[in-house]
Structures are given as structure tokens and as C-alpha cells.
Design a protein around this ligand. Structure first.
Ligand code: ADP
Ligand code: ZN
Length: 558
């Protein structure tokens, strides 16, 4: 109990040193802790392993009273408590793994002010006895509840995969207290929508937000647009050239895993390289054997669906190759991030083509979703998934720095401080360690093509998809063009001299830079984007000073 009295007058930095043995705070930690100590709500967005727990543990050891930590991970509470105890702090946890009499003991000691920090599962906050305890603790003459920290805060969002209904009760719990504690929320999920949900559903008040730690400097990134057969050849060559290294190759379906694994086995077995596979269609035992052999380096290469990797901590994975595009940047980064955990150089390669996106769109569209949800909710969820997929498509098509694209997606402040990498905006310096930074691009003037496309879309806004628009402009008089009556549009055939592929690429680039916008219905349609006003006059003709250039990859430095 000496500790409490002393910690009142020491600095956060001293607490970090004394209890945790660290010399300095990591990026973001200091700012979040300072905010909490100044009485502000906070939202910390950091990937797993970046050090979120320090952000509430340090204040918990400094503030008068008991901090409540809400966590869905019951299995980790005991570990946290044990390690805090071992450094001389006074922690406790209250969850269903304790017997009723043990729970009573913990509550009783909490009432006496014995703990600085208490871990609870979210369900606990709706237990009337606990609410009663908390109200007295937070009230006049109580032990004080200075801080409620919410771990895995994205569980409050119904748009995420990990939605936990009990998280919706956190705001009510806080509202029931006479003196409102500081509320600190933490998550590794960074999508804007989920962040908004966290702020709204938890009732955070102008939270100080820190998004940090997403950069993985030792990882290099590459994108390759390849046809299906070329993908297989690329992967085979890569695995052969890196035969002493461990790698994971992700495919989107079980069938693709089996096919690619077979192909690689044939190619690599003469060199003595074994190839494993892993997907949910295999038996539990078979999967376990695969996983073990991969972790022990007996089988250096594994072909897998996204079922592989959860909870696997293999430090020396040197490369991750995606044979198909994942559904979101978030999923991609999580899977790619399994390379190079040891901090040594490692690489992440994404192979893609238009079919990948067509298949993904088809799957999202067909997905029955949760049957309990209303049709509106389902539609909403679907649109959200389309949006995430569009951002994935943007990654495949950008000519800017890939690392900056990812960091900007997450909102990581380290990327924000660098010059913008948005095409058309000021030139970025880039990371120098991704395929775009290592490529040279030719700049091509495609003003006339862009002009025709923009005028065409302004006559037919948000009605047609990319393929149909390109077909019409190119002058294809196929069934779809005719049945859409686009053969009567004055733009039909206006770009017959241009390759169809170029027209499509310019449409992509116009969307990427905000002149066009892709909206998602049952299939994506193209409308005018926010910047179209800069390019078009009131009557929909391209203005005279509009010009448009496009970067095309010319070569790549080794
Ligand atoms: P998260 O909750 O974000 O997944 P943790 O809080 O478990 O991450 O921290 C991950 C690891 O980083 C832990 O081993 C922790 O002790 C360590 N760590 C956290 N902050 C620092 C720091 N400022 N300096 C050094 N190590 C730190
Ligand atoms: Zn780069």
C-alpha cells in the first residue's frame, strides 16, 4: 500500500521504468498517457504487439482509486494479472473462471481499495451487483474509479467480425456512475467506420486519438498484375530462387490451394523442397501435421487459405505471396505481416488480376450474411465490404509508394507527416523499399482519352460499369452495348483508335484521382467524382485547360 502513496507524485516515465523496466515510451504511448492523466478520453489504434496495455497500466498505477479494464480475452486476464503482480503492482481480475466464493473475495477486497487495476469481461458490467459496487466506488467517499479502459474496443462495432453484444452495455455502465471516469479505448482495427462506431457506441468525448506502430520497416512490398498461369509460374520461380527460405503462399479458395500446392510439389520436389498445404477442408490431424512441419522448417513452403496463420508465431518467415487478392487492406496487411517477425528483411508479394476482383465481388454479392440481421443491415454490410474491396483495388492500381498507401489507409500518423503519395498530388519521396518505389514510370499524356471518358460519364452518370463504358467508347457493337442503347451515344466509337485496355486503365486512374467515382450496386457503376467539376464545364464538356497524364510502369530496378 506504500506503492499507491508514492506513485501519486512520480512521473509516467518513472512508472514505466520502475514497474516495466523500459527506458522510453514508444510512439503514441506518451501522448495517450499524458492525455489520460490530463483527464481526456483517448482512442489508441495500434497493431497487436505495439504496446497498448502500457497505455492504461501506467495511468492505473498513478491514479487514485481503481482502474477497470474491460477485455474480451478472459484467458489472458490471469497472465496480465500475474505479470503486474510480479512487478509489485496490485491487480485483480473478475471473471467466470473464478468460483462464486473467489469472486466474492475479490469484490470484497476491491471495496476496501486493495486493487489499482481490475480486469473484467464486458458481461460483468451488466451484473447488478457489480454496477452497485461501481456506483459506490465512484460516488462520494468511495475508493474512486478514475479510469475505464476498453481493450479490443472494435468489439463494440457491429460491422466488425468480432462484435460482442455485451460491449454495447459499456456506455450504460459508465452513464450510471455519478462521477464519470476517463474512458480509454484501444484497438488494432483501424477502418474509419469502426473507429467512428467506437467513439459513438462507447460515448467517448472528443477523444485524443493516436494511430501508430503500423509500419513494418523490414518488409518490402510488391504488386504484380499477372494472368492465372503466369501467377503459378511466378510463384514456382520465386520459390525455387528462394529455396532456403520459409514462405507462406495464400490462395482464396481450398481448390486453388490444392491445385497450386500440387504444381509446386512437382516443381520443387526434385530440389528436395517440401511443400505443405493448409485449409479448413483438411482433417484436424492433417492440418496439425502441416502446421508443425512448417513451424519446424521441415516443410519450408506452405500453400494455405486465410485459415492459416492465426496464432502462429513463426519469426523467420521470409516471404508471403498472395496468389489472390484478399477482401481488404486490413486482411492483406495482417497476412503479409506474418513475414519478417524477426525483424530481418522479408517480402510481401501480391499477385492479382481483374478476375480476382470479379470473383470477390461475386462472393460478397452472393454472401447470405447473418440471417438474423434485417435486409437493410445486410445491404449496409455488403456495401461496406465493397468499399473495403475498392481500397484493395486501389492498392493494386496505385503507382505511388505501396507502404505509404497502406499506412495512409490505417491513418498512421507517420505516413501523414510525409509528403502525400496521392497520384497527381505533390510528388512523394516514397519508402524506397516497394515495387513502385523501385520502378520507373513513363508519363503519358492521355488528355484526349480522359476527356472522352469524362464527357461520356457526364451524359450517362452512374449507370454503367467500366467494361461497358470502355466497350462503347471503343466502338464495340456487342449485345450489351446495343441493349443499353449506348450505340446511339455520340461517344460510341470515339476512342476506336485506342487499345481497349488503355481506355480501362484511364478509367481506373480517373477514379483513383477523384474525377470519377465507382459506386457499388449489385455490380459497380461509374459516376462523376468530386473532382469532375474541375474538368467539366456546366454543359458536361471537358474544359479547355483540363489535362490528364498517366504513369505507366516502364521498368523496375533490381
Ligand atoms: P498490445 O496490447 O498492443 O498487443 P502489449 O501491450 O502486449 O501490446 O505489448 C507488446 C510488447 O511490447 C510487450 O512485451 C511489452 O512489454 C512491450 N512494450 C510495450 N511498451 C514498451 C516500451 N515503451 N518499450 C519497450 N517495450 C515495450
Ligand atoms: Zn515505397
Amino acid at each position: 500500500d506504500e506503492v499507491l502513496e508514492r506513485t501519486e507524485c512520480v512521473s509516467a516515465h518513472e512508472v514505466l521504468k520502475r514497474f516495466f523496466g523500459y527506458e522510453t515510451f514508444r510512439a503514441g504511448q506518451q501522448r495517450l498517457i499524458d492525455a489520460v492523466l490530463a483527464g481526456c478520453d483517448v482512442l489508441g489504434v495500434m497493431p497487436t504487439g505495439a504496446g497498448k496495455s502500457i497505455c492504461y497500466q501506467v495511468p492505473a498505477l498513478m491514479l487514485q482509486g481503481m482502474t477497470i479494464v474491460v477485455s474480451p480475452l478472459v484467458s489472458l486476464m490471469a497472465d496480465q494479472v500475474r505479470s503486474l503482480m510480479s512487478v509489485g503492482a496490485r491487480p485483480a481480475y473478475l471473471n467466470s473462471s473464478l468460483s462464486p466464493s473467489q469472486q466474492a473475495t475479490v469484490m470484497c477486497r476491491a471495496q476496501q481499495g486493495s486493487y489499482q487495476i481490475m480486469y473484467v469481461a464486458p458481461e460483468r458490467l451488466s451484473d447488478p451487483r457489480f454496477v452497485d459496487f461501481a456506483r459506490r466506488a465512484a460516488g462520494a467517499g468511495g475508493i474512486g474509479l478514475p479510469l475505464v479502459a476498453i481493450d479490443e474496443a472494435h468489439c463494440v462495432s457491429q460491422w466488425g467480425q468480432d462484435f460482442r453484444p455485451a460491449y454495447l452495455g459499456i456506455a450504460d455502465f459508465i452513464d450510471a456512475l455519478d462521477r464519470r471516469p476517463i474512458v480509454a479505448a484501444f484497438t488494432a482495427t483501424a477502418t474509419e467506420r469502426v473507429r467512428e462506431d467506437i467513439t459513438n457506441m462507447l460515448g467517448l468525448r472528443s477523444p485524443q486519438t493516436a494511430v501508430t506502430g503500423f509500419d513494418r520497416a523490414n518488409l518490402s512490398f510488391s504488386i504484380e498484375e499477372l494472368g492465372e498461369r503466369a501467377k503459378t509460374a511466378w510463384i514456382r520461380d520465386y520459390a525455387l530462387a528462394h529455396s532456403r527460405e520459409s514462405g507462406i503462399i495464400y490462395c482464396s479458395t481450398r481448390k486453388a490451394v490444392d491445385a497450386l500446392a500440387e504444381e509446386l510439389e512437382r516443381a520443387l520436389s526434385p530440389d528436395g523442397i517440401r511443400v505443405g498445404r493448409y485449409h479448413a477442408g483438411m482433417g484436424a490431424r492433417e492440418r496439425q501435421v502441416s502446421q508443425r512441419a512448417f513451424i519446424d522448417d521441415a516443410m519450408p513452403v506452405i500453400v494455405a487459405t486465410n485459415a492459416f496463420g492465426m496464432g502462429i508465431d513463426k519469426p523467420n518467415v521470409r516471404y508471403v505471396i498472395h496468389n489472390n487478392v484478399p477482401e481488404s487492406i486490413e486482411a492483406y496487411y495482417q497476412e503479409a505481416g506474418r513475414a519478417g517477425r524477426d525483424g530481418d528483411p522479408a517480402s510481401a508479394h501480391l499477385l492479382w488480376n481483374g478476375n480476382d476482383f470479379r470473383l470477390r465481388r461475386f462472393l460478397i454479392d452472393r454472401d447470405p450474411e447473418d440471417e438474423r440481421s434485417s435486409p437493410e443491415q445486410r445491404e449496409h454490410a455488403k456495401m461496406n465490404r465493397f468499399r473495403l474491396l475498392n481500397q484493395m483495388e486501389g492498392y493494386c492500381q496505385t503507382t505511388g509508394c505501396l507502404r505509404e498507401y497502406i499506412l495512409r489507409y490505417f491513418g498512421d500518423e507517420h505516413s501523414a507527416s510525409k509528403p502525400s503519395a496521392i497520384e497527381g498530388a505533390s510528388e512523394s519521396t516514397g519508402c524506397g523499399n516497394c515495387s513502385n518505389c523501385l520502378s520507373t514510370f513513363e508519363v503519358e499524356d492521355v488528355t484526349e482519352t480522359a476527356r472522352e471518358i469524362l464527357e461520356f460519364v457526364s451524359r450517362n452518370p452512374a449507370r454503367f460499369g467500366k467494361t461497358l463504358i470502355a466497350d462503347a467508347l471503343h466502338g464495340a457493337r456487342n449485345e450489351r452495348v446495343r441493349s443499353s442503347r449506348l450505340d446511339a451515344d455520340k461517344g460510341c466509337g470515339a476512342l476506336s483508335a485506342e487499345p481497349l485496355r488503355l481506355i480501362k486503365t484511364v478509367i481506373d486512374q480517373l477514379s483513383g484521382r477523384g474525377y470519377l467515382a465507382v459506386s457499388q450496386g449489385h455490380y459497380p457503376v461509374i459516376g462523376l467524382g468530386p473532382r469532375s467539376e474541375e474538368a467539366l464545364s456546366a454543359v458536361g464538356a471537358a474544359s479547355a485547360d483540363f489535362s490528364f497524364t498517366m504513369k505507366r510502369r516502364a521498368s523496375r530496378r533490381a
